[in-house]
Design a protein around this ligand. Sequence first.
Ligand code: HEM
Length: 170
Amino acid sequence: MILHPECQVTAQKEIDSVVGDLRLPDFGDRDNLPFVECILQEILRWNPAIPLGVPHRTMEDDLYRGMLIPKGALVFPNIKAMALDARVYSQPTVFYPERYLPKPAGNGEPHFINIAFGFGRRVCTGRYLAENSVWIAIATILASCTITNAVDEHGEIIVPENVLSDGLVR
Ligand code: HEM
């Protein structure tokens, strides 16, 4: 929110108009907060927490675009490459939650939630806990707080660097 203050303003206006200021958002509000939903999707996509997914092993020979993937092969789903695929997401490195809104407000780009949590029989078992936890955190924090930059000893705004750890989980 510090790096993208305009997103915070948009989300807070949406929460104020839908929820008001007499209560906090709850899960019953989720369908009525499309921009908060967009922020959740963009957080999952912009810098995926598990960039190379978790490898799966093929149980039988498979053919993919004419290429044989033999039984027993390890397949790594490159989630980060899918997140940054410019054929699917315009300016993919930019944090731009509006991209998911239908046209003309946004680009109608596909939600990332079906990719971020992996695939098939071994899909993340914590998916719904995680997605709902992140959603309620975004909604309640932005309903009750405004996140702003820290300032240094001279009163100058500190702009944090966007630096992430490397590894299986970031
Ligand atoms: C935003 C948060 C999270 C993300 C992005 C995430 C993502 C993933 C991904 C990509 C996988 C690999 C799925 C595959 O094999 O294709 C996975 C597996 C798994 N996740 Fe998560 N996860 C998150 C939170 C959680 C939480 C909160 C829990 C537990 C409460 C959890 C428990 C698991 C478990 C147990 C597996 C292994 C499932 C299996 O191999 O059968 N995850 N997760």
